[in-house]
Design a protein around this ligand. Structure first.
Ligand code: FAD
Length: 463
């Protein structure tokens, strides 16, 4: 897909879908021109708000008929630019398809529309004593559809896995408007190709989810959270890896390095004085004594590897305070220098200490501040490059390229949860062999021959 879209083409789409709510008000177009990737402004020419699958189909068919690009949009919390209408055209917002259709406790499943905010699904499951584990830190505003498209993870992925591990079935509108129902309602089922596996994580490039059937698990009865300070990030990273080696299986092991601690301290969170890094450890289970024994064992491993203390959250409020501090890291880091570039690389767990050390060294050599925090337990690190002014940008780009190269050298992946989108398409070739990229491009071409659905994402434009 190249070239611009004329006003006449967009008007033709609008009249073809006259019954579907839409807007081209300047403030609406402006709001849909950005997401949390901070990659710039890419306004659509029209935003449509379908209320059911039939309306979604109509939008796809109209866009195909008039050669207008179409970009699916959830809550725009994405960090890789997935929902940015790079070539203008239509932004297809799923926000009005926001109903939880059913929770079936006897089947341990829930069925929901894509615009459901993830925390609403969490609460609906909990009302039945059940648990939907995927928990991106944006869960109070990101949508189920967005998490399906990005195969989102979160702190609990360490123990419970990511979105793909929970999606059993989908209702899916293909780029030509055809509706498919891949998957199933049962836990097992292997008839045919695993199309759900393909579509989850397809970043809005192969059509849209209009209904999602997810697996639920029993809600853990006990959850315990501890804050574990260390003198240095190196010690903390080694301790995380030793905890996992010791046979323990906490549900979260989140790491905050010295720069992250400093940033959050500035927002009034009292991390213990002298701490150069902290780990947030969380265990869960069905019995209090068992969870406490796990936490004690975890504390012993951490203490042997340099933890200066282990502070157990005493109640629900204290647990919430700890997680509030974790959620503050991203905005607090941005405030430190005014700009930041946030990565979500993942490396094999045993390489986490080496990765952190090498990323810091890149920052020191280039005179830039590099912060690392995130889901260290599963090797998924949010490495942030902080910067002041546009004059720093060439060095920031160099740091990013080096971080990507080091990640792949350590046998990691350039993105652990945010997706390739626009942000990392130039780096895809570092990780995937040409044959792998070519095969995926052919899949995309097969389903979307004119390249109208979310053009410019995942794959760099052909030379
Ligand atoms: C503060 C903060 C913390 C975050 N923490 C995490 C984290 O811990 N883990 C994590 O994984 N991510 C995290 N994210 C990133 C982001 O929240 C996730 O990627 C989320 O899944 C995006 O959901 P969304 O509804 O905002 O989708 P959007 O950003 O609107 O869209 C994301 C992609 O999904 C596509 N899409 C949207 N809806 C559909 C649909 N129904 N069908 C097909 N494609 C669709 C879009 O085209 C786009 O490519 C965080 C973001 C922020 C701002």
């Amino acid at each position: 897909m190249t070239g611009t879209v004329s006003r006449e083409q967009v008007e033709a789409v609008r009249s073809a879908i006259a019954g579907v709510d839409s807007s081209d008000a300047p403030q609406t177009l402006d709001a849909f021109s950005r997401d949390e990737s901070l990659l710039g402004d890419f306004p659509p020419q029209l935003v449509v708000f379908p209320r059911d699958t039939g309306e979604v189909q109509a939008v796809f068919r109209a866009c195909q008929a008039h050669a207008v690009p179409l970009t699916p949009v959830g809550a725009r919390s994405g960090k890789s630019g997935g929902s940015l209408p790079l070539h203008g055209g239509v932004a297809l917002s799923l926000e009005r398809m926001n109903r939880i259709l059913a929770v079936h406790p006897e089947e341990l499943i829930a069925i929901a529309q894509p615009g459901v905010v993830l925390d609403a699904l969490h609460k609906a499951a909990e009302a039945h004593g059940l648990f939907y584990p995927p928990d991106p830190n944006s869960s109070d505003w990101c949508t189920l559809g967005g998490t399906v498209a990005e195969n989102a993870g979160g702190p609990r992925a360490l123990k419970y896995g990511v979105t793909r591990d929970y999606v059993l079935g989908l209702e899916w509108v293909l780029p030509d408007g055809e509706v498919l129902r891949p998957g199933r309602r049962t836990i097992k089922g292997v008839a045919g190709y695993d199309l759900v596996g393909l579509l989850v994580g397809s970043e809005g490039t192969l059509g849209v989810a209009t209904e999602v059937t997810v697996k639920l698990v029993p809600l853990p009865k006990v959850v315990m959270t501890a804050l574990v300070p260390f003198g240095s990030v190196g010690e903390a990273a080694v301790a995380v890896s030793r905890v996992l080696l010791s046979g323990l299986w906490p549900r979260c092991l989140e790491l905050l390095d010295d720069v992250a601690l400093e940033a959050v301290r500035g927002r009034g969170y009292p991390f213990p004085p002298g701490a150069g890094a902290c780990v947030i450890a969380e265990v869960d289970g069905s019995r209090e004594e068992a969870a406490l024994a796990d936490l004690q064992a975890l504390a012993d491993v951490c203490t042997r590897h340099g933890a200066t203390e282990v502070v157990l959250a005493q109640d629900r409020e204290q647990r919430a305070r700890v997680w509030e501090a974790r959620k503050l890291v991203s905005p607090a880091l941005k405030a430190l220098k005014g700009h930041k570039l946030s990565e979500d690389i993942v490396v094999p767990r045993s390489r986490v200490p080496e990765a952190i050390e090498r990323f810091k060294a890149v920052g020191e050599r280039l005179g830039l501040s590099v912060a690392t925090y995130g889901h260290a337990g599963d090797g998924n690190l949010h490495t942030n490059v902080l910067w002041h002014s546009p004059a720093d940008k060439p060095r920031v780009d160099q740091a990013l390229a080096e971080i990507m190269r080091i990640t792949v050298e350590l046998q990691g992946s350039i993105t652990g949860e945010h997706g390739v989108g626009l942000a990392k398409r130039e780096f895809l070739g570092l990780e995937l062999a040409p044959a792998m990229i070519d095969f995926q491009r052919r899949l995309k071409d097969f389903l979307d021959p004119r390249g109208l659905v979310n053009p410019g994402k995942i794959f760099a434009p052909r030379q």
